[in-house]
Write a protein that binds this ligand. Structure first.
Ligand SMILES: C=CC1=C(C)c2cc3[nH]c(cc4nc(cc5[nH]c(cc1n2)c(C)c5CCC(=O)O)C(CCC(=O)O)=C4C)c(C)c3C=C
Ligand SMILES: [Fe+2]
Ligand SMILES: [Fe+2]
Length: 363
């Protein structure tokens, strides 16, 4: 076999034991693209404050969603790889940014199993470009690929937030949930600190400079998470003919005190019943696989917040997971890649384009 496919997701702790959650959070939050503070300060903050206080709470949250097979994110990533493997000639395996299997473990196993391997296509399980998600996953895989001096070339699929096949699958996964009576569908995306948006602005003068920046054409959009989430939302609303006023847009999972992208999902869920939205449907398009942030933060905590504030019904739409249209979308990308006819490959990262001075605090 000359080619293989790697689905790259974020990763989960090995178990719900506090020590495993601590190890996972430590690796995650010491990533300079996630907590972009100078190394010494980051180490003190992460190891001295965040991990010790957060790990026991996170472990409890993981316990509420854990399955007999393990973390939903890992289980669903494996199921997705198996489903895609059944649709394409190439072997399909998984790798994780944090925890296991690392890209190195995955690349070693692939090369051992397929000595004639020439090309590996990496598909990040992130539709949108963010320094703390897509960029860190791809850069880490590139780093490990370079260090391992593998015989195969590594290519990677670009963010697909506006791709026809992705949007079609996303819309069809949402459509059945809008057939019953609802007041609003809320599109909730994982948040990032506002600072990350400024740092990723390759023009240095576009993002967050006006209320309409995400609707105003700019080279910055290639790497702007907020713009890309906005485009996915508007495209889905348009394709499903959701009237204005019946859809909302928000960001979840804030950590720390810095300003993150707004509006915050938790606040919106508290406010909506007072605005007359009693029946809400929630979609989380930043996640491909259901995980802690969808199953616990939204489907459990978010639902409780909304019902407690006077809401009447709360419908959580599952992520794309192993939706047949999503599997078909990726199969098409793989087949086009195999034929050398793809326009879906990413070249470069915001990190390389933004003046280096802005990134010295990552190291
Ligand atoms: C500064 C902190 C964080 C940033 C920035 C961030 C961005 C970001 N994350 C995802 C996707 C996922 N995050 C998940 C869990 C999670 N995220 C953070 C922190 C930041 N994420 C933490 C500390 C955790 C761990 C759990 C917790 O303690 O809250 C997950 C779920 C993992 C799982 O095992 O289920 C996903 C997926 C994206 C897409 C993103 C930027 C756009
Ligand atoms: Fe996160
Ligand atoms: Fe922007």
């Amino acid at each position: 076999m000359k080619r293989a496919v790697v689905l790259m997701n974020l990763g989960s702790p090995d178990s719900t034991d506090v020590k495993d959650v601590k190890r996972y959070l430590d690796e995650f939050l010491m990533d300079g693209r996630v907590i972009d503070k100078p190394l010494l300060f980051r180490a003190m903050l992460v190891k001295g404050v965040i991990v010790p206080f957060r790990a026991p709470k996170s472990a409890e949250a993981y316990k509420s969603i854990w399955t007999n097979e393990g973390s939903p994110l890992i289980v669903l990533s494996k199921q997705l790889a198996a489903a895609l493997d059944g649709e394409v000639e190439e072997p399909v395996v998984i790798a994780m940014r944090y925890g296991t299997p690392s890209p190195k473990e995955t690349f070693d196993a692939l090369q051992a199993a397929h000595p004639g391997l020439e090309q590996v296509l990496l598909i990040p399980m992130y539709p949108h470009y963010a320094m703390s998600s897509y960029e860190t996953a791809v850069e880490y895989a590139k780093e490990q690929h370079k260090e391992g001096r593998y015989r195969f070339r590594l290519d990677y699929i670009k963010p697909y937030y506006d791709n026809e096949d992705y949007l079609h699958a996303l819309c069809e996964s949402i459509r059945p949930h809008l057939e019953k009576d609802y007041d609003q569908i809320l599109f909730s995306y994982h948040g990032v600190p506002e600072r990350h948006i400024y740092k990723g602005d390759i023009t240095g003068q576009h993002c967050m400079k006006s209320g309409a920046c995400c609707d105003t054409p700019s080279a910055a959009h290639q790497y702007c998470y907020r713009h890309q989430c906005w485009v996915t939302t508007k495209e889905v609303a348009k394709r499903l003919a959701i009237p204005d006023g019946k859809w909302g847009f928000s960001f979840q999972s804030r950590l720390g005190r810095d300003p993150w992208l707004q509006p915050y999902t938790a606040q919106r869920l508290e406010q909506l019943p007072g605005e007359g939205v009693k029946k809400v449907v929630v979609a989380c398009p930043a996640f491909i696989s259901d995980c802690l942030e969808t199953l616990e933060e939204i489907a459990e905590e978010g639902k409780e917040t909304f019902l407690h504030a006077g809401g009447e019904s709360f419908d959580m739409i599952p992520c794309l997971n192993v939706h047949p249209l999503w599997v078909r979308a990726m199969a098409r990308w793989v087949q086009e890649y195999a034929l050398g006819k793809t326009d879906m490959l990413q070249r470069g990262s915001a990190h390389e384009l933004v003046p280096k001075a802005k990134f010295t605090d990552l190291i």
